[in-house]
Design a protein around this ligand. Structure first.
Ligand code: KIV
Length: 291
């Protein structure tokens, strides 16, 4: 078995100044693709709400759904570290809830670690999970579970006070024992400053090139989402367009009778062909089919 990526691997990457990539996955097939590409960290994101469940936000995603996605992803994983998102209101309500929810993602889902959103406000939850042996990744800046409070998906940390607040959140997470911190949609200079201040790795999304790692949502990266991608996304392929073209070709070939051809059918041996012809003829003459 290949040597697994652990939270220590990421700490070593930070010490050595090696960048690393994290990508989201929601099922075993996607996880297997990430493995084939050598992606070291798989995030079972609650972005499942947007890209799999057809929701506008991540808010409706339930803990049961996250446990299910995590279990699927873990089945497709070989070497990568699997981090699972704690969904909205599974941890903000207190330490006990956070422990129970994180425990389910690990015990039932098989996650190696959990991720939660927020900094100072959830530091107690992070501390409790870490003391219970649950590795926690933090997430600050634009935290999608607070989209209603932000009044939309807006870049965070643009003013001096906001920037201080994002830095304070990241530091609070590190003090509470988080092993890494995601920085989402913050100015590149702020992300670089936080990365320099923290001893644990930062993972950026819309946070410039100065973080230790980067993360993208699989569907954005592969061009599977029909919506125009946010500015920070680089679409490395247009698989959505390719898939639609393939599906249209399949539909037209079925409609024209061009698929399937003999190449895609099972050959019948000549003896059976003769028997089937006899059977067809006898049915035409109204004879009952022999048992
Ligand atoms: O749920 C998710 O996909 C995330 C990433 C955007 C970091 O939290």
């Amino acid at each position: 078995m290949k040597q697994r990526v652990t939270i220590r691997t990421l700490a070593e990457h930070k010490r050595a100044g090696r960048r690393f990539a994290m990508v989201t996955a929601y099922d075993a097939g996607q996880a297997a693709l990430l493995e084939r590409a050598g992606i070291e960290v798989i995030l079972v994101g609650d972005s499942a709400g947007n890209v799999c469940h057809g929701q506008e936000t991540t808010l409706p995603v339930t803990l049961d759904e996250m446990v299910m996605h995590t279990r699927w992803v873990v089945r497709g994983r070989e070497r990568a570290l699997v981090v699972a998102d704690l969904p909205f209101l599974s941890y903000q309500t207190g330490v006990r809830d956070a422990l129970l929810a994180a425990g389910r993602l690990m015990k039932e889902g098989g996650a190696d670690a959990v991720k939660l959103e927020g900094g100072v406000a959830v530091a107690e939850q992070v501390r409790a999970c870490v003391s219970a042996g649950i590795p926690v990744m933090g997430h600050v800046g634009l935290t999608p579970q607070s989209v209603k409070a932000f009044g939309g998906y807006r870049v965070q940390g643009r003013s001096r006070e906001q920037a201080r607040a994002v830095l304070a959140d990241a530091l609070a997470l590190e003090r509470a024992g988080a092993f890494a911190v995601v920085l989402e949609c913050v100015p590149a200079a702020l992300a670089a400053l936080i990365t320099a201040r923290l001893g644990v790795p930062t993972i950026g999304i819309g946070a410039g090139a100065g973080t230790d790692g980067q993360v993208l949502v699989l569907h954005d990266l592969l061009g599977l989402s029909p919506e125009p991608a946010p500015r920070f996304v680089k679409r490395y392929a247009e698989l959505g367009a390719l898939a639609v073209e393939a599906l249209q070709r399949y539909r037209t070939e079925v409609e024209r009778g061009a698929f399937p051809t003999a190449e895609h059918a099972y050959a019948t041996d000549p003896e059976l062909t003769a028997q089937l012809q006899e059977l067809g003829a006898s049915l035409e003459h109204g004879e009952p089919a022999a048992p």
